[in-house]
Write a protein that binds this ligand. Structure first.
Ligand code: TXA
Ligand code: MG
Length: 352
């Protein structure tokens, strides 16, 4: 079924229109401070199912419910004393903002949202347009990133339209997203808090706020510790990926290796601002995503730069990735590694 996708601005009448579409069970993409979300009434099973259809999202991948105020949280979750204490600590510190918490769900939350899990992910975004729209709708809004499943998440309304035009009812344009990668996901449903996805809120900030260790789920970094060149089995680990096959390149000789391979294979380059002139001087199609040591700037631009790579229509692309294992680099390293399907070339090791 093809829909006429409305492009709405963020004026009050437009947000009222968007809110009434959401209340009718329709799909509305909305800006948040992280990435654009594909929103629907989180309490209506048919609306939630429509999200999975529009994105081509696997049924076993649960959604985040977005709320505008704390009073909206209580009906969605079941919280005991210690979980409640931890929730209060992180909510006081990071809500509204780019933090999602996973908590035991209440009976109100449909298994369509949680993919059958007994926990639910909840987030209170800080973007003023998201907050206004969720309040006007008066509902928890289920919203995954508003991209086709597998592609880079959208950080502008144009990205949303390029993936989902004709498949959703409307997109609200709130300009480019500030953070640029999705929220940090923290599981508070276990005895020890666990980081499931790195994002705008760092691991050390969570540990400091909770005064507790926070485990890091193996999926966040597992493939990074493997050998010099890794390709995870199957395509199921390839997320956030441009259409162009991508290899991430890291280490002291990254730029030299990227130049050699791009020349030989007719490839394109994603690099730091500092190395852009080097690749340009060699006539290689290239785009940069921020200064080498500014991981927030890299996160802000990464997904949009990955989409720009496809415009070169090359058979392969090489992406320069920081060798830093610092906490602040975790989100951008995680997203870029996944974009490359964990196909990572490390130049400090002998090249085969
Ligand atoms: O920044 C964000 O979080 C964006 C914006 C739109 O808010 N949303 C977003 O949603 O990234 P999505 O669906 O693309 O990613 C949700 C992540 C997935 O990795 C999903 O597996 C995880 O959250 N998740 C959702 N519910 C969960 C649960 N009950 N237990 C564990 N993981 C869960
Ligand atoms: Mg997503």
């Amino acid at each position: 079924m093809s829909l006429n996708t409305l492009l709405l601005d963020s004026s009050r009448p437009s947000l009222e229109k968007a809110a009434s579409l959401l209340r009718e069970g329709r799909l509305v993409a909305l800006p948040t401070e992280t990435v654009y979300g594909l929103g629907a009434n989180g309490l209506e099973e048919s609306a939630v199912k429509a999200i999975f259809l529009a994105k081509g999202r696997p049924q076993d991948n649960p959604l985040i419910l977005h709320i505008a105020d704390r009073a909206s949280l209580a009906p969605l979750v079941r919280i005991d004393g210690e979980t409640g204490r931890r929730l209060l600590l992180v909510a006081d510190a990071f809500w509204p903002g780019p933090l999602t918490v996973v908590l035991p769900k209440s009976g109100l939350v449909s298994p369509a949202v949680t993919a059958g899990l007994d926990t639910v992910a909840v987030r209170m975004p800080s973007h003023p347009v998201a907050r206004a729209l969720i309040s006007l709708a008066g509902l928890p809004i289920a919203a995954p990133s508003a991209n086709l499943s597998g592609s880079p998440s959208p950080t502008t309304a144009a990205h949303v339209l390029s993936d989902l035009s004709g498949k959703i009812d409307a997109v609200v344009d709130g300009g480019p997203c500030e953070v640029g990668v999705e929220s940090t996901v923290l599981d508070l449903s276990r005895p020890l808090p666990r980081l499931l996805r790195p994002g705008g809120i760092s691991l050390s900030a969570l540990r400091g706020t909770l005064g507790l260790d926070v485990e890091v789920d193996r999926a966040v970094t597992a493939a990074l510790s493997e050998g010099e060149e890794v390709r995870a089995p199957g395509m199921k680990y390839r997320h956030y990926a441009p259409k162009t096959p991508l290899a991430a390149v890291t280490g002291p000789n990254a730029a030299a290796l990227m130049l050699e391979r791009a020349k030989k294979e007719g490839g394109a380059i994603l690099c730091f601002d500092e190395t852009l002139p080097f690749f340009r001087a060699h006539g290689i199609p290239c785009v940069s995503y921020g200064p080498e040591n500014d991981f927030s700037a890299q996160a802000h631009s990464l997904f949009s730069a990955l989409r720009a790579l496809d415009a070169f229509s090359k058979p392969i692309a090489f992406a320069q990735m920081t060798a830093s294992s610092s906490d602040r680099a975790m989100a951008v390293v995680n997203r870029l590694s996944k974009s490359a399907g964990f196909h990572i070339l490390r130049t400090e090791e002998p090249l085969i």
